[in-house]
Each structure stands twice: as structure tokens, then as C-alpha cells.
Write a protein that binds this ligand. Structure first.
Ligand code: PEP
Length: 246
């Protein structure tokens, strides 16, 4: 049995006052029936960790190196040092805004492991790729190239996030989500054997309390990576409750 994960990505949102949302969540879910992860901006990781209770805290990106002359970057070791247990790598906003390649994402995932963090590796097709019928080919390549050898159920989580569904309110059909997740599971098992069976597969893209339950009922969906709806405790709480019930 794979333990499910509700993961929230706050992106570049949140000042210290926003941590009251985390307080509300921590009070509502002292012992959640699934893993709960919040990835706030790097500036809030340490204070978030101090008041997160059973909720895990993660970073949104890391550099491949341990330290050095990389102005503005944060290493995986730095994230671990202030209480992070996870780090998102390869979010489509990093791939698009910063030109990050799958090869770089793979190196970032290895950096995460080096620091003892779980890597949440994101992959996803663009609208043009979906409309051209290239979805499974694109995802197969992204998954293969972004995931290092040595991925295990403990050190890696995969998030399937169609780029066109992120922050748009558009969601693939349940059949489309199922087709992708089944294909990704097959690919993980073919490459990693039993560990591939254990690696959690999250869906991400406009997940809300109102659509969470039906998405969580899709085969091989082990939870969600949530952007906008993770910013408010009420909304994210609804998604966590739907996952606990799934
Ligand atoms: C995301 O940024 O990972 C995401 C899925 O965003 P949203 O839930 O807002 O679509």
C-alpha cells in the first residue's frame, strides 16, 4: 500500500502572516490519515517547520551543488538544515521560466538525495503536445531523463502536472489522468522493479476541494500537488480530507 500525499506548493506567495494558514491546518490535522507536505517560499521554511506539527515542510527548488559562488541559489543541504524533508524539482514554472532541462532536474534530484531529502520530480506536457497526440511520448521521455538511477519509494515522488492545467481551472478528464498514471506506473515498475511499485504518483493541475475526490479515485493517483488551493487552509483542508477518505 502506498501512503497518499497531499502536497501544497505556495510558489512565490506568502509572508510571515500567511503562516496562520499553516497553524489552522496543523490544528485541524494533528495526525493526518495521509502525508501532508507544504512547500512555502524558502524564506518561510524555518518558521513554517517550527509550527507545522505533523505536516512536512519542503523547498520548491534546489541547486545541484552543496555550496559555492551561485548568487541567489539555495542548496539541498541548506533546505535540510532548516527543517525541509522534501524538495520539488522540475516544476514546469522552473522548466519554462528558467529553461531547466530534464538533465538538470535529474542532477537536482540527486542533490536532494545527497542531502537526505525526498525529491518531488514534476513532469507534464504542454497543450500543444497534448493536442498533437504526443502526451505519453513526452512524459515517457521526461520521466526517464528527470529521474536518476537509484530512485526508491522513499527518496522519490513523481508529480504529473499537465502544464495547461496549472493555475487555469482546466483539468484533464479522469480517463486522461488514469491513462497517464497507469503508463507512468508501468514505466516506473519496468525500470525500478518493486521500488517502482512503491513510488508515489501525484496528479497536479487545478485540484480543488470540489474535484479532489473524483481525481483521487483514479487508479494510480496517490495524491495531489496543489498550487492555488494550498494557500488557504479551508481549501487545502478539504483536499486533505478527500484524500484521507479515498
Ligand atoms: C502547481 O503549481 O503545482 C499547481 C498544480 O498549481 P494549481 O493547483 O494552482 O493548478
Amino acid at each position: 500500500m502506498r501512503r497518499k500525499i497531499a502536497a501544497g506548493n505556495w510558489k512565490m506567495n506568502g509572508l510571515t502572516a500567511s503562516l496562520t494558514e499553516l497553524d489552522t491546518l496543523a490544528a485541524r490535522f494533528p495526525k493526518p490519515g495521509c502525508d501532508v507536505l507544504i512547500c512555502p517560499p524558502a524564506t518561510l521554511i524555518a518558521p513554517a517547520k517550527a509550527r507545522a506539527g505533523s505536516i512536512a515542510i519542503g523547498g520548491q527548488d534546489c541547486h545541484t551543488g552543496v555550496s559555492g559562488a551561485h548568487t541567489g541559489d539555495v542548496s539541498a543541504e541548506m533546505l535540510a538544515d532548516i527543517g525541509a524533508s522534501h524538495v520539488i524539482v522540475g516544476h514546469s514554472e522552473r522548466r519554462d521560466d528558467h529553461g531547466e532541462s530534464s538533465e538538470l532536474i535529474e542532477a537536482k534530484a540527486e542533490a536532494a538525495w545527497r542531502a537526505g531529502l525526498t525529491a518531488v520530480i514534476c513532469i507534464g506536457e504542454s497543450l500543444a503536445q497534448r493536442e498533437a497526440g504526443e502526451t505519453l511520448d513526452v512524459l515517457t521521455e521526461q520521466l526517464a531523463q528527470s529521474t536518476p538511477d537509484g530512485a526508491t519509494a522513499a527518496n522519490t515522488v513523481i508529480a504529473y502536472e499537465p502544464v495547461w492545467a496549472i493555475g487555469t481551472g482546466k483539468v484533464p478528464t479522469l480517463a486522461q489522468i488514469g491513462e497517464v498514471h497507469d503508463a507512468l506506473r508501468g514505466q516506473l515498475e519496468a525500470r525500478f522493479g518493486a521500488e517502482g511499485t512503491g513510488i508515489r504518483l501525484l496528479y497536479g493541475g487545478s485540484v480543488k476541494p470540489s474535484n479532489a475526490a473524483e481525481i483521487f479515485a483514479v487508479s494510480n493517483v496517490d495524491g495531489a500537488l496543489v498550487g492555488g488551493a494550498s494557500l488557504k487552509a479551508d481549501d487545502f483542508g478539504g483536499i486533505i480530507s478527500a484524500l484521507e477518505a479515498a
